[in-house]
Design a protein around this ligand. Structure first.
Ligand SMILES: NC(=O)c1ccc[n+]([C@@H]2O[C@H](COP(=O)([O-])OP(=O)(O)OC[C@H]3O[C@@H](n4cnc5c(N)ncnc54)[C@H](O)[C@@H]3O)[C@@H](O)[C@H]2O)c1
Length: 249
């Protein structure tokens, strides 16, 4: 897919979001990277620009509505109306349920679920105005099967799946599709941190339990995003697209 449609990628400075940003930029799209890691935003924005891409990098906390509104105003000013949003920003930490502080629960919901709400509420009017749009949220296998030690994470991602389906229904008549990818195990800094911190087994050990016995890559996720955001996917909406090596069927 190549084109000049403006793409916003939250969490675009690392892992899947970075792979997706690189893919859309390589295909000729103007790309806005929104991420809370200032140094990574600067580094990855410069790297994409060095390859000739039109990129805006903005340091924002997706849970902060004022920062999100300001970021989308900047994107419109510098790149134009938004056609595609990939909501990949997210956090994941293990936490025993019975001793989970309310603040820990709340921050997980604020970033992983309310962060998606903020971005999509900010972007959808542009898509409605042009009668064309594509949204892909990154949810999680944890929402589909539960997560013993991460109830807050699984609940936040379950909310993302429900939000995705609701928006798919609400905006189907506007030429906008809204789908979610619930990955299982993708080799990213987030997954590596879980292993090195001892929260979960090493990636290779988890991968050995997946039918296609390897971790996914950011490119695997970018491949699906590229298709879902193309004109060829105009009849696919409200779906959980399981790019997971068969981990959940
Ligand atoms: N890696 C996996 O195995 C896996 C599996 C299932 C779901 N996921 C989900 O995939 C998405 C991408 O994760 P990843 O594995 O690429 O991790 P990652 O940590 O490499 O990338 C996530 C990015 O989101 C950013 N981010 C975090 N909080 C933010 C905030 N408040 N505001 C703005 N940006 C913020 C981080 O700075 C980071 O750059 C996440 O939503 C994650 O929950 C990951």
């Amino acid at each position: 897919m190549s084109g000049d449609r403006v793409v916003v990628v939250t969490g675009g400075a690392s892992g899947m979001g970075l792979g997706i940003s690189q893919r859309f930029a390589a295909n000729g799209h103007p790309v806005a990277i929104l991420d809370v890691q200032a140094e990574a935003v600067e580094r990855e924005t410069e790297a994409l620009r060095a390859n000739g891409a039109k990129v805006v990098g903005l340091t924002v906390d997706v849970a902060n509505r004022a920062q999100i509104d300001a970021a989308y105003a900047t994107i419109r000013e510098q790149l134009g109306p938004i056609s595609i949003v990939i909501a990949s920003a997210g956090i994941s930490r293990s936490q025993d349920f019975l001793t989970m502080p309310v603040d820990t629960w709340q921050r997980m919901i604020d970033v992983n679920l309310t962060g998606v709400f903020h971005s999509l509420q900010a972007a959808l009017p542009d898509m409605v105005a042009r009668n064309w749009g594509r949204v892909v949220t990154i949810s999680s296998h944890a929402a589909q099967g539960g997560a013993t030690d991460r109830a807050h994470y699984a609940a936040s991602k379950g909310g993302v799946i429900s939000l995705t389906k609701s928006l798919a229904r609400a905006f189907a008549a506007n030429g906008i599709t809204v789908n979610t990818i619930p990955p299982s195990l993708v080799d990213t800094p987030l997954a590596r941190f879980g292993a090195t911190s001892g929260e979960v087994p090493p990636i290779e050990v988890i991968a050995s339990h997946i039918p296609i016995a390897r971790a996914g890559t950011p490119d695997d996720i970018a491949d699906a995003c590229e298709f879902l955001c193309s004109d060829k996917a105009s009849y696919i909406t409200g779906q959980e697209i399981n790019v997971n090596g068969g981990a959940h069927m």
